[in-house]
Design a protein around this ligand. Structure first.
Ligand code: ZN
Ligand code: MN
Length: 472
């Protein structure tokens, strides 16, 4: 999909992880059922006054700095006027004239090729209410439900320049963007906080089409692929690609025309008169900057340099801040290569299988240290170590208790010898076959030993001992 002059720009809304809404004290917790967290301000009642949640401004500055934006020296809000039941004030409070941050960039990687995506702006705005069209879509539903719990929830909107050439690039960008927000502690991917993007897509010779409401990082690639194919097909048939706004339907994976694109003037922006301008001082910016942790790219490079890790392993460790932090804790006590390999392979495989992030799995780093130590001391077989990880991921519990309870340590010399003698004595046929030179018979005997030991026998050691016993 690299030809046809494809240009894609994204406007991504990220819901910030705050306790209360942007302009009132209502809780952002939406788990209590519809319309349970509302007040006169987020319901837009006449005479109600907004007041700004300072945390949101701090978070927006933090995000802007992490994306290398210039920070404007004041925060101002504007009214974006439109008529729709999801915004009962008939306007959305957003930032139009002056965003928090401008002119940033984010580097993403696709294979070995690095790409710089320019960030046009980052601004704060409130989320509208949630609208549910029962029994159909906006034109065909029987009735419509509105939940104002979401009205006034804080979002940051990140607008890129049209720098993407493929849907894959857009997906990589979103993945990286959300990872950074997670590192900053302003977004939590394991919660139900939302990420929604609108995309502007054009191909050579066509007008720009805006596709609205693409959810998450997975949806973006599908939605863009569909829309590019649609535009290419129009072009092939010699038809015009007109400027319009389309909606993405994620269940059908198609885009559908909503309206001809409205102009900015149509929103009649005015500065929000109920909110005064807030100054952003150099000191404030410095204070926020000093609070920004080491971000994934830097951390990856440092891991490669400081711990001598391969790029892929370092990359895999920094996908989650908590995982990276615990790696650094563990590597102080344990072998670097063993620890890195074990965490990125066995541990991550088990987490993926259980559809959990490292943070969600809630494992104590001492537990991991205990398992790594058993591996280092050669006291547990690979098979039982795997079993142990599965157990603590499925149900968090001190692994030393499990090992004790289930007698999972490697069979030591005499115990292993007993098992091997038992297997040799009760498998005459296989023993004779092996003496005749059949390699398969030996594998069978090793298998029997493994089975009898309940995974405690080391296969290599067993093999060696069986040969020794039979050849005696
Ligand atoms: Zn409220
Ligand atoms: Mn917006």
């Amino acid at each position: 999909m690299n030809d046809d002059g494809i240009k894609i720009g994204l406007e991504t809304h990220i819901q910030l992880d705050t306790e209360s809404k942007l302009f009132c004290g209502c809780s952002t917790d939406i788990s209590d059922g519809p319309n349970s967290h509302t007040c006169e301000t987020c319901l837009g009642m006449p005479g109600s006054k907004p007041r700004t949640n300072g945390k949101v401004i701090e978070y927006a500055i933090k995000a802007s700095l992490a994306l290398n934006c210039d920070i404007n020296d004041m925060v101002r809000f504007s009214r974006k006027t439109y008529f729709y039941p999801d915004m009962s004030k008939n306007f959305q409070i957003t930032q139009h004239e002056i965003p928090v941050g401008e002119d940033g960039e984010l580097k993403t990687r696709l294979g070995n090729h690095e790409k710089k995506i320019r960030i046009k702006r980052l601004h704060i705005e409130e989320d509208p209410a949630r609208i549910i069209h029962k029994g159909g879509d906006i034109t065909s539903s029987d009735y419509t439900l509105i939940d104002y719990n979401r009205a006034g929830i804080p979002l940051i909107e990140i607008v890129t320049k049209p720098d993407f050439r493929t849907p894959e690039e857009a997906r990589r960008f979103l993945q990286k963007l959300t990872k950074i927000m997670e590192y900053l502690g302003i977004y939590d991917p394991s919660s139900d906080l939302s990420i929604k993007s609108d995309a502007n897509i054009s191909i050579e010779g066509g007008e720009r089409v805006e596709v609205k409401n693409i959810t998450g990082t997975r949806g973006i690639e599908k939605a863009l692929k569909y829309e590019i194919t649609r535009q290419k097909n129009l072009k092939k048939r010699g038809r015009n690609i007109e400027r319009e706004t389309r909606a993405y339907n994620s269940s059908q994976e198609i885009t559908r025309s909503m309206r001809q694109k409205e102009s900015e003037a149509g929103y009649g922006y005015i500065l929000e008169p109920d909110l005064t301008k807030l100054e952003v001082t150099e000191e404030k910016i410095e204070e926020i900057e000093s609070d920004i942790p080491e971000l994934p790219d830097k951390k990856r490079l440092r891991f490669m340099e400081e711990h001598g890790l391969k790029k892929e392993i370092a990359e895999s460790l920094v996908t989650e801040k908590e995982l990276a932090d615990d790696f650094e804790k563990l590597v102080k006590k344990h072998d670097t290569v063993l620890t890195a390999n074990w965490m990125t392979k066995e541990l991550k495989k088990t987490l993926n299988y259980n559809d959990l992030t490292y943070k969600q799995a809630d494992l104590e780093s001492e537990w991991l240290s205990y398992i790594i130590n058993l591996l280092e001391q050669n006291e547990i077989t690979g098979r039982n170590a795997e079993k142990l990880v599965r157990r603590i991921v499925e149900k968090p519990e001190d692994p030393s208790v499990i090992v004790e309870k289930e007698d999972m340590l490697k069979a030591d010399g005499s115990e292993l010898e007993d098992i091997i003698m038992e297997v040799i004595d009760s498998n005459d046929e296989a023993v004779n076959d092996f003496k005749k030179g059949e390699e398969g018979a030996l594998n069978f005997l090793v298998g029997q030993v493994m089975k009898k030991s309940g995974g405690k026998a080391d296969p290599r050691e067993s093999r060696r001992m069986i040969i020794k016993k039979i050849e005696k």
